[in-house]
Design a protein around this ligand. Structure first.
Ligand SMILES: Cc1cc2nc3c(=O)[nH]c(=O)nc-3n(C[C@H](O)[C@H](O)[C@H](O)COP(=O)(O)OP(=O)(O)OC[C@H]3O[C@@H](n4cnc5c(N)ncnc54)[C@H](O)[C@@H]3O)c2cc1C
Length: 189
């Protein structure tokens, strides 16, 4: 049983996976390589002078797996509520059990119908439908969260990555029963 399964490894999902895995949570990251970010050339991401979208996505996945997130290439077809947690079903790689699920599927929200989470109209250009969430990232099914473009935030890499981090921190905090922060300190002589 994974503590947290994240669907989508674009900036939102990989950022969530990096925080979850670095916090010591058993983390699954499932992605089917359809990130819109792979079409971008990015010069507006704070702290990064310029980067291609494919490089950003590749580095994000490597950061997440470096801390122990398990990356699986597959299309998620459904997330089914069990007595304890959820079963994440995939087309190609079977199914996985997880206590919490974070949806980070970018512009793709077709999964909503199978899962049964509520959606609402997207406000961002070209984003027609998003998962309905509260301010913490909770969807209408307890234990299923959403982050990034699919949760309706502004469609920019720094904001979707930040939202993935925010939602992961909220999930980690809920699991731990207290607010969680991840601060590494610069070593000086
Ligand atoms: C042409 C273009 C140029 C852009 N230029 C910029 C720019 O200059 N600056 C900027 O800040 N932003 C730019 N953006 C926007 C940026 O890409 C997005 O704001 C943001 O990074 C999206 O992140 P995300 O993680 O929400 O979605 P995505 O990056 O789309 O990631 C979603 C992931 O979910 C996966 N997924 C979806 N459904 C499933 C499923 N059922 N099973 C498994 N995996 C699934 C997809 O394969 C994908 O990898 C640009 C976008 C485009 C299209």
């Amino acid at each position: 049983m994974y503590d947290i399964a994240i669907i989508g490894a674009g900036p939102a999902g990989a950022s969530a996976a990096l925080f979850a895995a670095k916090a010591g949570k058993k983390t699954l990251l499932v992605d089917n390589d359809k990130s819109m970010t792979k079409r971008a050339w990015i010069e507006n991401h704070y702290g990064v002078a310029e980067i291609t979208g494919p490089d950003m996505v590749d580095i994000g996945k490597k950061q997440a797996t470096k801390f122990g997130a398990e990356l699986v290439t597959a299309t998620v077809t459904n997330v089914v509520k069990k007595e304890q947690g959820f079963t994440v079903e995939t087309e190609e790689q079977g199914s996985f059990e997880a206590a919490h699920v974070i949806l980070a599927t970018g512009a793709l929200t077709a999964l909503a119908e199978a899962i049964g989470v509520a959606t609402t109209e997207g406000k961002e250009p070209r984003i027609k439908t998003v998962f309905q969430t509260d301010a913490s990232g909770k969807t209408t099914i307890p234990g299923i969260w959403a982050a990034g473009t699919c949760a309706g935030v502004s469609v920019h890499s720094i904001i979707t990555a930040g939202d993935g981090a925010k939602v992961a921190i909220n999930v980690i905090s809920e699991i731990n029963g207290e607010r969680y922060v991840d601060h590494d300190v610069l070593k000086t002589n």
